[in-house]
Design a binder for this molecule. Structure first.
Ligand SMILES: Cc1ncc(COP(=O)(O)O)c(C=O)c1O
Ligand SMILES: [Zn+2]
Length: 441
């Protein structure tokens, strides 16, 4: 267990990574540039050599159509690997954590609290209950399986917090070494969490964007598998399992509105890709799902572009928010997230920290689910989208609760003037008389 002293993110300069072709599973065609469409062999590469655009995985949908039937899925064990033919790995990994198949909870009381209209149905995708208490276990599980298939012995990540714990745990489960890079001022609970799995936690004096640049260089120099850098095309695919599970849990239907948090924009856009693939292989009927994203007002580059009606996403140099998990000032998939919300008639909502804290308290007290700050942003975005008219009476809405409140236990108190809120009172004497006079009736 190691905690290294902070290092400065500008000690090194960025450079490109090289790719190594590898054996391609029968259900995967290879990689393709999202910008120019150039095909690329399957390998630990993430950027197009022709235009520097991001790479993504391309599947042979005929294989998925044939093998991934509703009956076949139902007969498989629970967890993300039941959708193997739409994931970029050759086989279900022998070692790994039990990820996915989280509950989809009907949230009538919260819907009422948020002022959703008559007939509007709110479901919460409860990803607070994954092995390390966030949805990051999904993306890390896929990246780790791929890292093992590529022959890496070290797993690493550039993290805003939750990814650190997920990467550290997945490495422990798979028997790999782990290095996780986090901002030096990250919440202590998240640092301890990663340390507990035996990872080396490297604290960096800089923002997430600085750490990301540093990680590019280290991945190249050390030959490590950075789950969200050189393995990003594979990592990103893991978020599609949220979409697959939602569709399956709704009885192989898609919702009217999907509400989720945006940091890099990866999860948000990959849920759309997941819905699209299910329609392509005939598992659901195609439907125009409106995509609503939430960002904290103190780091809301995508929400700002949405509000201003512009295409350019201006980086936020110094994020200022309690929502550390979403504090990415220069989001890699921000442009795609913006385009998705616009194209589908959705929205990107900017959520003040006080609203986030209120939403955390509401979700806990009305549904019994304690979310971390990203969940507060998402629930508040449901309310904002209803006020904007993007969510309408009769809609079926699914909101993604992507992280657990025990990771940010103090956040719910933010903005409260009375810190005794929430059931705390001065201690009483250990007599029934003292109790009954404090809590009469
Ligand atoms: C709890 C939680 N929710 C959502 C996100 C957003 O993920 P993405 O970068 O895919 O937008 C993060 C990212 O760190 C997170 O930790
Ligand atoms: Zn390209």
């Amino acid at each position: 267990m190691t905690l290294e002293t902070p290092i400065r993110s500008d000690d090194v300069t960025a450079s490109a990574l090289t790719s190594t072709p590898t054996q391609t599973p029968s259900h995967v065609r290879g990689l393709r540039c999202r910008a120019c469409g150039r095909p690329e062999d399957l390998g630990p590469s993430f950027v197009c050599v022709a235009c520097f655009g991001p790479l993504e995985v391309v599947y042979d949908h005929d294989v998925a159509r044939e093998r991934l039937t509703r009956e076949a899925i139902a007969a498989r064990p629970v967890g993300i690997w039941r959708y193997l033919e739409l994931l970029p790995v050759a086989a279900v990994p022998e070692r790994g954590l039990a990820v996915g198949s989280t509950a989809l909870v009907r949230a009538d009381r919260l819907a009422r609290d948020l002022g959703l209209g008559t007939g509007t149905m709110l479901h919460l995708k409860d990803d607070t209950r994954n092995p390390t208490l966030s949805f990051k276990d999904r993306v890390v599980a896929v990246a780790t399986a791929r890292a093992v298939e590529f022959g890496f012995d070290t797993l690493a990540c550039a993290s805003t917090g939750n990814l650190a714990g997920a990467t550290a745990a997945a490495a422990a489960a798979a028997g790999l070494r782990a290095f996780v890079f986090v901002p030096a001022d990250l919440e202590p609970a998240k640092v301890e969490h990663a340390l507990s799995y035996g990872a080396t936690v490297v604290r960096v004096d800089g923002t997430y964007d600085d750490i990301n640049r540093l990680s590019l260089e280290i991945a190249d120099e050390e030959g490590w598998a950075f789950v969200n850098v050189n393995l990003r095309p594979f990592y990103a695919e893991g978020s599609k399992t949220i979409a697959f599970e939602i569709a399956e849990q709704l009885g192989w239907r898609l919702p009217d509105v999907l509400v989720g948090p945006i940091a890099s924009g990866s999860m948000f856009t990959k849920i759309a890709k997941g819905f699209d693939e299910l329609a392509k292989i005939g598992l659901v009927e195609r439907k125009d799902v409106r995509f609503v994203g939430g960002q904290p007002a103190g780091c809301a580059p995508v929400a700002t572009a949405f509000a201003e009606g512009v295409d350019e996403i201006r980086p936020v140099r110094s994020p200022d928010t309690i929502v550390r998990s979403l504090a990415i000032g220069s989001p890699a998939d921000g442009g795609y997230a913006l385009e998705l919300a616009r194209r589908t008639g959705g929205s990107i909502e900017s959520i003040p920290d006080t609203a986030t804290a209120t939403a955390i308290r509401r979700t806990a007290t009305s549904e019994g689910i304690f979310v971390e700050t990203a969940g507060g942003v998402t629930v508040s975005a449901v309310e904002a989208a209803r006020e904007r008219g993007v969510i309408r009476d009769g809609d079926e809405v699914v909101a993604i609760l992507s992280g657990n409140g025990v990771k940010t236990p103090d956040a719910r108190r933010f903005g409260l003037v009375d810190s005794t809120d929430g059931g705390f009172a001065d201690p009483i004497a250990a007599t029934y008389t003292a109790f009954s006079s404090r809590y009469p009736g």
